[in-house]
Design a protein. Structure first.
Lengths: 388, 390, 306
């Protein structure tokens, strides 16, 4: 077993770390306060190919694989969760859905500009009555000649308010439900009837866009069916599976940032005549945090390796997301406690990280869903079928 | 041991709930989103006598017993933790300190002002280098060269900076702690005293309706009549105030945790996924049940603590236990209940996100949990003759 | 046009603690960076390449344990990179490197411009550029802030040292921090690029508190570049991945093919290390201005006399 990163991944991490510290971190507080998406950062990332990090070079990507993508998400998550969210929605589920299920023509037409960062992507699934129960969506697509007509409202969508290319899940046969009744479609922004509704006012990740998307008689050519008609649910589950791993990587970065901040503060701040680092309460907090982070790191990169080597990874990716989000939440909570009042003031980044971290247990499949996925996988191997 | 509320306490509780639902709940979102101190609510609270909640009637207080006061704070906290903390600071930290340690003249001068709401009280102890360690004060109280205000003792001149002064921005009276030659001493200072400047307001994660400010004392002359207690007694006054406040904040934590469970339970009963209300899912039931178990354990701990305040015993140990447990429960319950609400729990359009942000403060304000654990460890080791220091 | 860029690595200073009391330097975290001034030199070379299509070749400024620094130069945009290795090379100092690099330039078939960082971050050495210029017999420009090369000439803007106003970004001017320094966003890792302000256009007569001068010379020449002068570009990601996957991306030369064995003998012999003496306590004078002036004059007279 070789636990070292390949030289190109070490080099990639160095590049991304420097980019994150010099270009992403300085804007983190500002984009949170102003509630804006840092498009200038996304453009800079596109320029050096980061927005296609995992896609093969023949599609305009960087060819660094899932491991490279996890490295990117980890380093972004370390400095700014909002930016990591924008990038993750674009690469990990938006463009990824085209990569996993697109025809060669669709990849040339859509994946290439997305991988080059010339265009931005979103992945559109959730509705008001279909959150964890993704199969309960009601947006429908009706065939009309060589086109499909989409109608419905999607909620809580990341990137959809500005993405150029979105992949949308719609019901094509209401009688069949998830098994055979759903289809994925590629929709371009600007298509008549495709509108952006209300923007959500979130507690955290305020530098990312969460909005309602409205489809009113949106006409989409048959060539834009992604995958096969009726197999949308399966293809979306594939996309979400791999997205989960990289959210775990972003959480790893966030937890790492919490640890670094805690260590720095513990050695700087003096109370009762000594630095906090000399208090066992603080030492225990930091040791526990560091241990969880190492465990998460091993899990995340092992699963990345499994993806890159074509092994099954669904259950482990769910574990990455579940454990990663919990480790990050615990780490930043402890970091806030170590910083005391300064952890509670908006003049300092800890409280922003605290607000940002909270969403990771909810989006991309709540941790409850992750547990259901893990338990189902385990029991299926023993012949028991679990239903959510 | 009679664990039931008295008839009077039941009546008070109904009255508090009524007041909170009518006056506090509708303003809670605005108080948080606009970061507006709840002055209108305080005015109405003053009319009900809440601003002098535990003060004797002689000073225009409502003379509530400890448990009733806890019920008041608990109820208000359920709707708006900012309002509860503002009121708690005013009553437990400031008004009660003056009641316990003031001369008759001081009590007659200040308590009616506080009870009527003409002046709101602020508590100024923390400094940039004295957060958890409140004995290391750098604000100095030195005798002036020519005596001020006449009399044998000529008052003092205060110099220093106080941070995290709760209610600082809306206060008419400040309870300030400074290091005098004879030790830490407490002073009551009125708002427009020359040399006292209310400065920077702390932008916070939660409790955004509480005005938390930095206070600058520059050559601030304070007459002898304004000294609370004896010189060198300030440390004890501060500790007793913080013990009372610890129990009050615990009541607030209880209130916010209960309200979080109610809100999440309501949501879980209405939100349908996978064909049923999510309340039908065992995982969600477990979150609710675990939360209620913690809340019930906290409940009687809080009421017992509140009863102890009235017994005038040394609260060091009990306040630490109650405060530490309440901080833990409030945080874990609001966290779990936010999870029950899923994405909706994360949107600022619903109260849960606010409760989550607000509750997080309870582990820090009024003495962080780490300090409470020291007090408990001290009690355990006291009988074994081992000295524990923070 | 061929431009040679010298690149080297330095210890990250944020991992080092100097303990005067124990008379030792502790390396708590042994991590290396590319010498920041060298990155600026490479950036200067790449900008000339962008403008004129020049060829950029990266050479090491000293012995390296592996070719990683050179790969980084390739990833950023250099066309070729050569790693030097060989017996007796490990202890090479700047005097040796000047000889070795002069020979390397000759083996490459000559060059028009050599760019190198003006100083190294860890040892603050600035002699390699001038020594190499002497070894090559070329003119040298030391401490350039901007560099341009066209039509057989190189122009550089020089800057006199100006005190840098730096420190932590103060997050909220209104708040009080007390004795504890404000928490630093991003920790204390050394930033590879320190943002100094860009120079104003040079003026005859200089500026208050610093100065700028433009100089020009014919190529070939050696120019050393100040750290912080230019913001180094980020390498293209795909290029980076491909270079690191190609085992033979960096050429390898043996120094024995470049110079004789005794040319590898270092000029410096390390005999030990010590700290500079403690600063003596000063004398505080007080009183009226006349009294203070008299006291200072007396003290100075005392010092001079003994």
């Amino acid at each position: 077993m070789d636990f070292t990163f390949a030289p190109e991944h070490v080099a990639l991490r160095r590049l991304v770390r420097e980019f994150a510290e010099n270009e992403v971190a300085p804007l983190a507080m500002e984009i949170d306060r102003e509630g804006r998406v840092p498009f200038e950062t996304l453009r800079k990332m596109a320029k050096i190919g980061l927005l296609g990090v995992c896609f093969p070079q023949k599609y305009g990507g960087m060819g660094a694989g899932e491991t490279g993508y996890c490295i990117l998400m980890e380093e972004l998550g370390r400095v700014c969760t909002s930016t990591a969210t924008n990038v993750g929605a674009h690469i990990g589920i938006g463009a990824m859905s085209v990569y996993l299920d697109g025809t060669e023509e669709q990849k040339q037409k859509y994946l290439m500009p997305l991988a080059r960062g010339e265009k931005l992507a979103a992945f559109v699934l959730t509705e008001a009555d279909a959150g964890s129960d993704a199969a309960a969506i009601r947006t429908c697509a009706v065939q009309d000649g060589n086109e499909w007509v989409l109608n419905g409202t999607k909620t809580f969508n990341t990137n959809g308010s500005f993405a150029d290319i979105v992949t949308v899940m719609a019901v094509t046969d209401p009688t069949l439900g998830a098994r055979g009744g759903m289809t994925a479609f590629i929709v371009e922004a600007g298509t008549p009837g495709f509108k952006v509704g209300t923007h959500e006012n979130k507690m955290g990740i305020r530098g990312s866009s969460t909005a309602e998307l409205i489809f009113e008689d949106v006409r989409v050519p048959h060539e834009n069916v992604l995958g096969k008609v009726g197999e949308g649910f399966i293809s979306f589950m594939k996309t979400l599976d791999v997205g989960r791993l990289t959210l775990g990587a972003a959480c790893l970065g966030g937890a790492q940032a919490a640890l670094e901040a805690s260590v720095h503060w513990a050695k700087t701040r003096k109370q009762f005549g000594v630095a906090l680092a000399h208090k066992q309460s603080v030492q225990w907090m930091i040791a526990n945090m560091a241990t969880e982070i190492e465990a998460l790191r091993s899990l995340v990169y092992r699963v990345a390796w499994m993806v890159d080597t074509g092994q099954p990874f669904t259950q482990l990716a769910a574990m990455c997301k579940l454990y990663g989000s919990e480790v990050a939440s615990r780490a930043i909570d402890v970091a806030l406690q170590i910083h005391g009042g300064l952890g509670y003031t908006r003049d300092f980044p800890i409280e922003r990280n605290f607000r940002d971290a909270r969403i990771s247990e909810i989006f991309e499949g709540t941790n409850e869903i992750q547990r259901i996925v893990i338990a189902s996988n385990i029991f299926r191997q023993h012949g028991v079928r679990i239903r959510p | 041991m009679d664990f039931t509320f008295s008839e009077e306490q039941e009546m008070f509780r109904a009255m508090f709930r009524d007041f909170s639902a009518k006056e506090v709940a509708p303003s809670a979102e605005e108080i948080d989103h606009e970061e507006k101190p709840p002055l209108e609510v305080l005015r109405k609270a003053a009319n009900q006598g809440f601003l002098g909640a535990t003060l004797p009637e002689d000073y225009f207080g409502a003379e509530l017993d400890g448990v009733s006061y806890a019920l008041l704070i608990e109820t208000l906290a359920g709707d708006c933790l900012s309002t509860a903390v503002t009121l708690a600071t005013h009553v437990s930290l400031v008004a009660m300190s003056i009641l316990e340690h003031g001369t008759d003249a001081q009590k007659e001068q200040y308590l009616p002002l506080l009870a009527s709401g003409e002046a709101i009280g602020a508590f100024a102890l923390t400094e940039p280098d004295a957060g958890t360690d409140t004995t290391a004060l750098q604000t100095r109280a030195t005798p002036p060269t020519p005596p001020v205000g006449g009399g044998e003792e000529g008052g003092v001149v205060l110099d220093g900076v106080k941070t995290w002064v709760a209610n600082g921005g809306i206060a008419g009276l400040f309870l300030v702690f400074a290091a005098a030659p004879g030790g830490i001493t407490a002073f009551v200072i009125e708002k427009d005293t020359p040399g006292l400047t209310v400065g920077y307001r702390e932008p916070t994660l939660g409790l955004r309706g509480v005005a938390i400010n930095t206070l600058y004392l520059e050559n601030c002359r304070v007459p002898a009549a304004n000294r609370l207690g004896k010189e060198g007694e300030g440390g004890d006054i501060a500790q007793q105030a913080l013990h009372r406040m610890g129990i009050t904040l615990a009541a607030a934590g209880l209130g916010v945790a209960e309200a979080a469970i109610d809100a999440a339970a309501q949501f879980a009963s209405e939100r349908v996924q996978f064909g049923v209300p999510v309340a039908k899912k065992q995982a969600i039931q477990n979150y609710l049940a675990d939360s209620l178990i913690e809340v019930e354990a906290l409940r009687y701990l809080v009421y017992h603590g509140a009863w102890l305040v009235d017994q005038e015993s040394d609260l060091t140990f009990d306040a630490a236990v109650v405060k530490a447990f309440a901080a833990r429960v409030a945080r874990s319950v609001t966290n779990r209940m936010l999870q029950v609400m899923g994405g909706y729990g994360y949107m600022e359009d619903y109260p849960m996100a606010r409760k989550y942000r607000d509750a997080r403060a309870l582990g820090i304000i009024g003495g962080p949990t780490e300090l409470q654990r020291v007090a408990v460890a001290q009690r355990i080791m006291a009988s074994k003759d081992v000295e524990i220091v923070p | 046009m061929r431009i040679i860029v010298l690149v080297g690595r330095v210890l990250d200073p944020s991992g080092i603690v100097v303990n005067r009391r124990r008379g030792r330097i502790f390396i708590n975290r042994e991590e290396y960076l590319v010498n920041p001034a060298d990155r600026c030199a490479l950036e200067a070379a790449l900008r000339i390449k962008d403008a004129t299509g020049a060829e950029v070749v990266a050479l090491p400024r000293g012995p390296l344990p592996d070719d990683d620094v050179l790969r980084q130069a390739l990833a950023a945009g250099a066309d070729r990179a050569v790693y030097l290795t060989g017996d007796g090379f490990k202890g090479a100092d700047d005097a040796v490197m000047a000889r070795v690099l002069a020979a390397a330039v000759e083996r490459l078939g000559g060059a028009d411009l050599v760019l190198a960082g003006a100083t190294t971050l860890d040892t603050r050495q600035g002699q390699l550029g001038p020594r190499l210029a002497e070894a090559l017999g070329w003119p040298q420009i030391v401490g350039a802030w901007q560099v341009e090369a066209t039509d057989g000439k190189v122009q550089a803007v020089l800057q006199a040292p100006t005190p840098r106003v730096g420190g932590d970004r103060v997050l909220a001017p209104g708040r009080r921090w007390g004795k504890t320094p404000p928490p630093r966003v991003g920790g204390d890792r050394h930033q590879p690029w320190s943002p100094l302000p860009p120079p104003p256009p040079p003026r005859v007569g200089g500026d208050r508190g610093g100065g700028y001068a433009t100089v020009e010379t014919d190529l070939p020449a050696v120019v050393t570049v100040l750290p912080g002068a230019l913001k180094p570009r980020y390498p293209d990601g795909a290029r980076l991945i491909n270079i690191y996957r190609a085992e033979d991306a960096v050429e390898r030369w043996d120094v024995a093919d470049l110079v004789e064995a005794d040319a590898l003998k270092p000029l410096l012999e390390r005999r030990g290390q010590d700290f500079p003496p403690e600063r003596e306590r000063g004398v505080r004078v007080s009183g009226t201005p006349e009294e203070m002036a008299q006291a200072v004059a007396d003290a100075l007279r005392q010092q001079v006399r003994g």
